[in-house]
Each structure stands twice: as structure tokens, then as C-alpha cells.
Design a protein around this ligand. Sequence first.
Ligand code: HEC
Length: 147
Amino acid sequence: MKPQWSLTAAVGLVLAAVSLAVFSQSHDQHAHAEQGKAGKVENTLSTFMRKKLSAASDVLEGLTTEDGALIAKGGNAMAEMSRVEVWQVLTDKDYRNFSRDFREAAKKLAEAGEKEDFDAAALHWIKVTTACIDCHKHVRQQRAAKK
Ligand code: HEC
């Protein structure tokens, strides 16, 4: 019975087309959701990382105006930041070492601020900024190596 066969085939084709459409749509939605999530994660990371700039600005202001409390505030903020989970963008040994150097220098900076020892604070500030630059260089190199 030819006509019936072609009807079955037609129904089958329609079903296949519909399920394909549904599948690709849900796939798309999924991809969109993933993209949105990644964008959000990137945003919060960026916001978090940028807070280092305001802490650095506090320290610099404290150093130039000999305001020990402001130096301590910035130094402590940096040390605290380097401990939280979002900071752990990379997990390799160098990154951990840079984080540790940064945290130690930031803690010593804060202590010097609390003691109003501005010469020591200036010295630790240089160590902190060196750690900023070194770590960023490392992060860029790691990224480039992965591409
Ligand atoms: C141990 C590593 C490390 C140290 C130390 C460090 N950073 Fe970062 N920083 C990162 C990482 C990782 C990112 C994210 C990079 C990315 O996603 O491309 C970042 C991002 C940033 C950004 C860019 C944020 C954005 O997306 O707009 C700024 C600005 C920044 N850091 C400032 C500083 C300053 C200032 C210091 C020192 C006071 C510092 N960082 C110290 C690891 C570090």
C-alpha cells in the first residue's frame, strides 16, 4: 500500500524535524545560559580585582600624607583579598608564591602603618607593587601559553 507508507514516512519526517528543532533550541538556550554565567563570573572577578586599585590608592595617600591608619587600611584590605577563593584564578606553584609574597608584604605594610613607621611602610609598599607587577606578568604569560 504505497500511499500509507508515504504517509508514515511524512509523519516520521515531521516528527524528526520537530524534535531536531526542539533539541537545537534547548541547546541554544543552554549555550546562552552558559555564556551569561561566564560573563557574570568575569564581571565579579573584574570588580573584585579592581578593588586592589582603591586599596593601593589608600596606601599611596597614606604614605604621602603620613597617615598610618590609611596605610594599615589599604594593606589589610590587600592581605584579606588575597585569601579569598575568587583570588585563586590560577593554582600553579608560581601563582601561589606570588600570592604569598604579596600577602606577606601587604601584612608588613599594614603593620608599619599601624606603628607609624613610614620608612618601613615605603619599603614594603615597593615590595607590594613589585608583587602586583610580577604576578600580572605571570598571569599574562600563562594565558598566552594556553592560546
Ligand atoms: C598573585 C597574583 C596577583 C597579584 C599579587 C595582584 N594581582 Fe591583580 N589580578 C590578578 C589576576 C589573576 C587578575 C585577573 C586577570 C584576568 O582575568 O585577566 C588580576 C586583575 C587585576 C586588574 C584588572 C581587573 C579588571 O578586570 O579590570 C587590576 C586593575 C589589578 N589586578 C590590579 C592589581 C594591583 C594594583 C595589585 C597590587 C596591589 C595586584 N593586582 C596584585 C592577580 C594578581
